[in-house]
Design a binder for this molecule. Structure first.
Ligand code: KG4
Ligand code: ZN
Length: 355
């Protein structure tokens, strides 16, 4: 049986992505055009700037993905996938229109994919031949979401914990900005991690403890953490009055508190699983923040505290496939193309979409 081949686009936030993936797990191409520098001055994604950049970049991304994959779109592609949501409406519409128009002109089927499900399903592609087995726990930590999910099957997920305020990624971004760290090519969150990892210079002062929101409950909260940093800086009359050791203490305290919430909630999720007779053997951590090395080490250490007989395997998709990309969209569309479970060309996008 020849492979089924999906060409996908993704434009839910600030990356314009296109990729070609086959049903035998070959990533034929993976193009990501970033916009970091365009948004630097805004302290977050500026929707109109992002939409216009997607409009400029989408044809380039698609063309490059097809060329790098060395496929003939008229013969080799079996369907076009796109991110249906959740995301910034105007950004999603660029990818959705590109996908539908491409598909219509070539008489190909389309499939609209849930962005967060695609993040969650990535390890089934990247960890072959030892993928996590359903049901597994997934921690999705990105700029858009902070979610702890139980993945029950390819299309069935249960939210165990989420945040009523801000995502972990955005709070990393805000703190990075408040501390005046320069954006690196990998973004403000990675810049904060890099800042925290620098060797200690002199005494690092002790600060009042960071808050521990929703202690003992299956819920996250990140706005209180960056508010702490904001209040501290205000109380000193501005960043210019805070020396490097104190800045380091602020940054490290934030990172520790941010990751401590993940540790606590993962342990609570295991408790929930055992109370509900759900046997989980794998924890997948994906989304942009999962690239953080400190987070990886802490979660690995925290799972060893579990009082269960089988060892839990901790799975991090490769960093390049943890951040937004179209490979995960193509992969998440695959079971639907294989089942001929297509969407109509008239399908609407869903800027807000429950998982
Ligand atoms: O998954 P992603 O690329 O896009 C969204 O769907 O949001 O995640 C981006 C987020 C940003 O907030 C970025 O600052 C954060 O992930 N991030 C990090 C690190 N690398 C990226 N946060 C902390 N430490 C990192 N090393
Ligand atoms: Zn994402």
């Amino acid at each position: 049986i020849p492979d089924t081949c999906s060409c996908a686009v993704e434009s839910s936030a600030d990356d314009t992505c296109a990729a070609v993936v086959t049903s035998s797990r070959q990533i034929l191409s993976n193009v990501v055009i970033k916009q970091n520098d365009l948004h630097e001055g805004y302290g977050g994604i500026h929707p109109m700037v992002a939409i216009q950049a997607h409009q400029r970049n989408m044809p380039i991304a698609v063309k490059r993905a097809l060329r790098e994959a060395n496929v003939d779109i008229r013969k080799d592609i079996d369907g076009i996938a796109f991110t249906r949501g959740p995301g910034i409406g105007g950004c999603l519409s660029v990818g959705s229109n590109a996908a539908k128009t491409l598909a219509a002109s070539l008489d190909l089927p389309v499939v609209g994919v849930h962005h967060m499900q695609a993040h969650a399903l990535t390890p089934l592609l990247t960890s072959w031949p030892n993928p996590p087995k359903f049901p597994f726990l997934t921690l999705l930590v990105s700029g858009g979401h902070t979610l702890l999910l139980l993945a029950k099957s390819l299309n069935s997920f249960r939210i165990l914990a989420t945040t009523p305020d801000e995502s972990i990624g955005r709070s990393f971004d805000k703190v990075s900005r408040m501390l005046g760290l320069p954006w690196t090519a990998r973004g403000p969150g990675a810049a904060l991690e890099q800042f925290c990892a620098q060797p200690r210079e002199g005494e690092v002062p002790e600060l009042p403890p960071y808050p521990r929101p929703f202690k003992g409950q299956l819920a996250f909260s990140y706005s209180s953490l960056h508010s702490y940093v904001e209040r501290y800086i205000d109380s000193k009359g501005g960043l210019e009055n805070i020396d490097l050791p104190a800045r380091l203490a602020l940054a490290r305290g934030f990172q520790t508190a941010a990751v401590a919430q993940l540790e606590e909630k993962v342990l609570l999720a295991f408790q929930w699983c055992s109370e509900n007779n759900v046997q989980v053997g794998d924890v997948v951590v994906s989304g942009g923040v999962a690239s953080n090395t400190y987070l990886r080490e802490r979660l690995a250490a925290c799972l060893t505290k579990l009082d269960i007989s089988n060892p839990i395997s901790l799975n991090f998709p490769p960093p390049a496939l943890c951040t937004d990309n179209a490979v995960m969209i193509a992969w998440a569309s695959m079971h639907r193309f294989l089942a001929r479970d297509y969407d109509d060309y008239t399908i609407d996008l869903l800027a807000k979409w429950n998982i």
